[in-house]
Structure formats: C-alpha cells, structure tokens
Design a protein around this ligand. Structure first.
Ligand code: PLZ
Length: 445
C-alpha cells in the first residue's frame, strides 16, 4: 500500500508567525460571537491542512501533532488509503440508514471487530457515532442481558458527556457541574492507581470487590465498565492483575465485564487493545476514536449470546455505522495491519519512556512517567512531594504550544501531560517533540 504523504506539507515543525498568528486571531474573534462559550478553548490555532504528524494552520505554521485529536488520527493525517476510500464512498452514496436499507461496509466493520477484539468466541457488533453513544448502548445491552440494574465504575473514570455517561464519569469540573440530576444505579468504587495507592493489582481488586459486595450486592450488578488504561483521568495504568481479577469476579457472579477501549484501543498501546496485555477477554468492548481515522464511528462488540438478546429494533440510530465512516474504518484497520502500527506504538513508547525517565532524573516536578506504547504520560507534582502540580502541566502545555508542539494535559487533578502521537510519527519528529517537551519541563523546574 502506498502510504507516502502526497501533499506539499513539510515534515518538520516550522513557525512563520507568533502563535496564534493573525489569521487564527481573526477566526478566534469570529468564534467568540457564534460558538458557545461552553466549549473548551484549547490552543486557538486554527487548522487548514494536515499530513502525517504535521498540522498546518491558517497562517502557514507547521505544528507537530502529539495529540492526534485525542487519540483519533492514529494512522496519521491525510492517509491516501483513507482519502481514496472516503472519496469513493462519498461519490457512491453517503447515507441510507442501515436500519432502512443496509450496505456491505457495515458488515465488514463488524467482521473486523469480531476478528480483532479479544477472544475467539462468536461476537456481534452494533455501530454508533461517538464513544459516549457506544457506552450508553453497552449499558443498555448489559442491563437487558443480565436483568440487573447496577453499573459499577471506578474513580478517575471517563466515559463521556451524555446524561448516562456523565454519571459514569468521575470528575465534576468541567464535565458534570450543574448538569444533573444524573442517571441512577451507578456505583463508583476505588481503582488501581499504583503511584498513589501503592497497592498490588490483586490488592486493589480485592478492595474494589469488597466495596461492590458490601454496598451494591453482587447479584444486583449488571456490569463493571472500565477503561483498561484510564485516559482523561490521568493515563493511569492499573497494577498488574487488577483487570484480570475484576474480570474473573464478573464471570463468577453473573455480571459482565465491559472494557472501554475508546481511547486505549486500536494499536495505541502497542496491541490491538489494552486488555490484550493482560490476556483479559471482556464480555463487551466499546471502541471509537482510532477506529476510523477521524471519521465519527463507534462500536459495541460483545459475545453473540449477550448482544443478540436485544429485541429487533432495540438498537440503532440514524447515522450509526454511516457508510463513509465505515469505509474509513476499513481503510484505517488495513493501514494499521499493513504498517504494523502496534509495533510502531511499542517503538514510540520505548523511545519516549527512555527520554522522559532521563528527564525525570534532572527535575523535581515529574512524579511518575507511565503509560504503555504510544499512550505516554508524566504526572507532575510539587517538588519533592506527591502533591499534584496542575500549574506545571499548564505551563508545559503552554510552552509546547508556543513552540508549535501540540501536547495536551489530563488527569483528575489536571496535572498530567499526555502524549498521543500519530503512530506514523517519524523518529525525527518524535525526537523533536521530546526535545521541546524537555525544554518545557526544564523551563519550570
Ligand atoms: N470513553 C475512554 O476517552 C472520549 C473526551 C474529550 P466521545 N475522550 C475524549 C472531551 O473533553 O469531551 C472518551 C474516552 C473514553 C468514552 C469517551 C467518549 O467518547 O466520542 O467523546 O463521546
């Protein structure tokens, strides 16, 4: 497959104006009049084009993308295979509604999801538009299939912004404040956060399970919904054994294990799915983001005997599995397979973790470097303590942005810098990004 970037966009970071430049500033002024103030104002540099790991703004600045639009463009920007697939599909037909008159690409995506998600049991899928919608549907299916009401989530969880998924999400500001009342029958238990709780995986699981059994009752639990590596909550990698223990508990107690792989899935962590690293086989897997290379598509994939209990017409939506998004997913998955982007993610992790651990030795504000593959984070603390240092994260993001590197923060305490580079980032681009990040950290401590 031809994966060379066929545009005139350069492959290096290059700034031609201050950031944001004059054209971006003009757009930003227009935005303020007509775009709701409720949307996060990230870095107001407006993008015109992109290729590979480079974003080009309206002023002609070339920026290095270490965020992939929050883990979405894992195959990179402007991938010819995706452009071709999408263009051909747009010309053929853009929409019929799969529930009215179906088409093959939807089936092909479900075949891929059945083949790629963990376990060799029979699986069926339903496709949706966003991660939150996938989670909503996974919860509907789990309640129907088990006949039980309770959904268990963990501290620091992020599952979306709709009414049900807000209730599943842990952090109040900015996601939930004044947006309630929230959906009932959602119970939050402690997670595994090795840097802050010092527990082994089995110990953390025993703590969570004790809480479920005492305050909810095992027989009431429909499902545990959990991100195998927590994303928005701070790129928290649970201690080894935590996920397998929770998964075993659900199986033993007639509940379902739902892995939210929306951020961690599709090669991001160096495997197709983050649960693959511990051999966990979820009953249901939710996917989105990296699945379709930037087109909106999400999936709920589960054991056929669970998924197929839903009555005909019980699942759906006008756009879910839209043909343009579906062919984008097929091109994305083919690209991941052809370029072995899981291996590439492991390589990115090897390079980045080595660099960041070196950096950690020289500074007092990096409490922990963690992650897996190309899901990479540094948790920032007040010097010599474990007290979260959100100001440092803000300053580092700002420094990176000013130097044309798109890095983003996350974490319940807002003190984690996360890197989610496109998996096609070149070694030179990665080295450049890590140098800017190191300079940012050194500039403050
Ligand atoms: N589950 C694990 O990471 C989306 C949110 C950005 P949607 N994460 C980015 C923001 O501030 O809104 C996410 C996730 C996990 C579910 C979701 C929700 O996916 O496609 O944003 O609905």
């Amino acid at each position: 497959m031809d994966t060379t970037v066929q545009t005139t966009i350069g492959t290096q970071r290059a700034l031609v104006t201050e950031l944001p430049g004059p054209k971006s500033q003009e757009l930003h002024a227009r935005r303020r009049k007509v775009v709701s103030a409720g949307l996060t104002n990230g870095f107001p540099v407006y993008i015109d084009r992109a290729a590979g790991a480079i974003l080009v703004d309206v002023d002609g600045n070339h920026l290095l993308d270490l965020g992939s639009g929050i883990a979405v463009t894992s195959i990179g920007h402007a991938v010819p295979a995706l452009i071709d697939a999408v263009s051909e599909q747009v010309a053929a037909f853009t929409h019929t509604c799969f529930m009215v008159t179906p088409y093959e690409a939807y089936i092909q995506v479900c075949e891929e999801l059945a083949a790629l998600t963990p376990g060799d049991h029979e699986k069926t899928s339903a496709l949706f538009n966003s991660g939150a919608e996938a989670i909503e549907n996974a919860v509907k299916i789990a309640r129907l299939a088990t006949g039980r009401p309770a959904i268990i989530v963990v501290d620091h969880a992020y599952h979306g912004r709709t009414n049900l998924t807000m209730a599943l999400t842990a952090k109040n500001m900015p996601y939930k404040d004044h947006f309630g009342p929230f959906a009932p029958e959602i119970y939050r238990v402690p997670t595994s956060y090795p840097y802050r709780d010092g527990l082994s995986g089995p110990e953390a699981a025993a703590r969570a399970i004790a809480e479920i059994e005492s305050s909810v009752g095992a027989h009431n639990v429909a499902a545990i919904v959990i991100e195998p590596i927590q994303g928005e909550g701070g790129f928290i990698v649970p201690a080894e054994g935590f996920l397998p223990a929770l998964s075993a508990w659900t199986t033993a107690n007639g509940a379902l294990f739902i892995a939210d792989e929306i951020q961690s899935g599709f090669c991001r962590t160096g495997a197709w799915f983050a649960v693959d690293h511990e051999g966990v086989i979820p009953d249901i897997v939710t996917t989105a983001k990296g699945l379709a290379g930037g087109m909106p598509l999400a999936g709920v994939t589960g054991r056929a005997e669970i998924m197929n209990q839903v009555h005909e017409g019980g699942l759906g939506g006008t756009y879910g599995g839209n043909p343009v998004a579906a062919v984008a997913a097929l091109a994305t998955i083919a690209t991941m397979r052809d370029l072995d982007l899981a291996a590439r993610a492991r390589h990115i992790g090897d390079v980045a973790f080595a660099a960041l651990r070196e950096l950690q030795k020289d500074t007092t504000i990096i409490g922990e470097v963690r992650g897996r593959g190309a899901m990479i984070a540094m948790e920032l603390v007040e010097p010599g303590t474990t007290t979260p240092n959100a100001a440092a994260a803000k300053a580092i993001v700002n420094f990176c942005n000013q130097h044309g590197v798109i890095a983003i923060s996350c974490g319940t305490y807002g003190n984690v810098i996360r890197l989610l580079p496109p998996l096609v980032i070149t070694d030179e681009q990665l080295a450049d990004g890590l140098e800017v990040l190191a300079a940012a950290v050194r500039s403050i401590g």
